[in-house]
Structures are given as C-alpha cells and as structure tokens.
Write a protein that binds this ligand. Structure first.
Ligand SMILES: [Ca+2]
Length: 312
C-alpha cells in the first residue's frame, strides 16, 4: 500500500498563538474586597496564561523533536520510548521492538528520490501486467478457491480485485524482499522532519502489532517505507483492518494467505466497498480503490486487471 508516499508534510511543527486574557475589566471597583478578588483572579489568569505558555513551548519543543541527520536520533529515540509508554504500549514491546535501532540513511535517500508515476496508464499497465502475472493470478484463484469463497462471503469484495492487488503489490508474495527492518525504517522516517507526525503514528502502531503478539520484531522486515507483508500494509491500517482468518490467533500478513486475503478485503470493505456493484472509473467502488493507492495509473491498473480476470 503506497497511499501516503506522495504526500508531503514539509512543516515540522506548527506555531500556536497565545490568546489568553490576562487582565480583568477596567471598570473593576477598587474596594479592598474587590482588590483582593482582583489579585486572586489575576493570579488565576496569570497562572492559566503561564500554563498555556508552558504548554505551547512544550508542544513546540516536542514537535521540533525531529532532525535532518543522524545526530540527535538517539536522543529523539529515548523521548519516543517515553511517549510510547505514555500511550499504554508495554515496556516489553518498547524494549524488544526498539532494541538497538539506529538511523538508516538509506531510507532517507530512498524517500527523497521518490519519483511520481510518469508513465501513462497504457505504459504502466503493459509494464506491470503481463500474461505471466495474469496466469499466476488465475493459478492463485484456483489454489485458494475456498479461501476466496469465504472472503467474498464475509467481506463482499470480489476475488478478482483482491488477487489483482496481491499480484501488483508483491507478485503474490514473491517480491517481499525483506531487506529493511520495518521498525528501523519507521523510526528513521518518524525522526526525519519531512513527515514526522505521520510516521510517528505508524511507529506507535508497529509497536502495538508487537505488543499484541501478531508479529515478532525480527519478523517485521519489508520495504523501506515500513509496509508489511504480501499486500503491503502500513502499521496503522494493519491495526485497523488486519484479520486473523486462519484462526491461529495471529494476524500474520507476511505468511498466512487467508489472513492476507481477508485483511485486504477488510480494508476495502472498511473504506466503503459495495458488494455486487461494478468497480470501473466513476463508480463508488472505484473511489475505494483510490483509497488503496493514490497513483491514478495504479488505481486503473487494479480495476482493469480485475476486469480481465473476471472476463469483462
Ligand atoms: Ca492468522
């Protein structure tokens, strides 16, 4: 899933404007009693102002906890661990998940070198969907027919859509290189100023995946941008949509085909997929495909490949 990779959040922090009113109204009667009340009120508002000022400064300092190089990563990581604990993530998950994590400059280079899709749909489709991919998709539909039946019944998403996404994302799991530690990638991107808030949230959720014992830290290997498994879920959608469909108690998007297919369908259902309805451009279901991937050529490729498999 590469839905977020085109987004740019250049701002590292936002300034807050202090608007607290400090002084009481000027027509205050100056009797001794009122002066006392005035002093008390002033003290209260001053203290409120101080609290707001403190909160603002803290928030700015907090938000500034990002950097553009390896220096400062260790300090940032210590702060992140405290924030993770404050979010209720267990010490066990924090220390096992983040043990020995270092800044990865390769991830930053890859992030900076992203190119938008410059190919036309025809070029992109021809490059990605050859006869080999179509025949592998047909073979998967046959091998996993019973699972696809269950997925369609439970989530209302056609098998042709799910199998197309599976093929396009990782060639049915063959292209999950596992070169990158997902935690290390996410920690690097969370610390990096470009999209720090977004990836900080993803890193919290990666620790939650470990905390809930769906995956062990050493199993979390994948692409440089932190996507997990055969249909490339980022941690936040993983937490939200992953399904244990083989009933072994774990949501395993790396190895379990039933979990992978059901989770992918559940993502689409969760984004409003309408069972039994068409999925071509202009339909409600096409809008759901857009939630899967922001690149227009990719959206159309999913839809066209699925239609081809469906014999339409
Ligand atoms: Ca499972």
């Amino acid at each position: 899933m590469t839905t977020v990779l085109g987004r740019r959040h250049r701002a590292c922090f936002s300034k807050q404007i202090l608007t607290a009113k400090v002084w009481p109204a000027s027509n205050e009667r100056r009797s001794i009693v009122n002066v006392t009340a005035l002093i008390l009120r002033t003290a209260r508002t001053a203290s409120l102002t101080f609290a707001l000022l403190f909160a603002t400064l803290t928030s700015v300092a907090h938000a500034r906890e990002c950097g553009d190089g390896a220096d400062g990563f260790g300090r940032w990581l210590e702060g992140f661990k405290k924030r993770a604990a404050a979010q209720g993530i267990s010490q066990r998950a924090i220390s096992s998940g983040l043990a020995g994590v270092t800044y990865d400059p390769r991830v930053i280079r890859l992030d900076r070198n992203q190119r938008s899709f410059k190919l036309s749909f025809e070029q992109f489709y021809a490059r990605r969907v050859g006869t080999a991919l179509i025949s592998r998709a047909r073979a998967r539909l046959k091998t996993h027919r019973a699972t696809f039946d269950r997925v369609e019944r439970q989530f209302g998403v056609p098998r042709e859509i799910v199998v197309s996404i599976w093929g396009l994302e990782t060639n049915f799991g063959a292209d999950t290189s596992g070169k990158f530690s997902i935690i290390r990638s996410l920690a690097t991107l969370a610390y990096d100023c470009r999209r720090s808030p977004f990836f900080t949230g993803q890193l919290f959720d990666a620790l939650r995946i470990i905390d809930d014992a769906h995956m062990r830290p050493e199993e979390l290997r994948g692409g440089w941008a932190g996507e997990i498994g055969q249909t490339q879920f980022l941690p936040t959608p993983y937490i939200k949509y992953a399904v244990d469909f083989d009933g072994d108690g774990r949501k395993d998007l790396i190895r379990s085909v039933p979990d992978i297919l059901a989770s992918t369908a559940n993502f689409l259902k969760g984004h409003g997929w309408q069972a039994g309805q068409p999925w071509g451009p202009g339909t409600a279901n096409y809008e759901v495909i857009r939630d899967w991937n922001r690149a227009q050529v990719y959206q159309r490729t999913i839809a066209v490949m699925a239609s081809k498999l469906a014999g339409r």
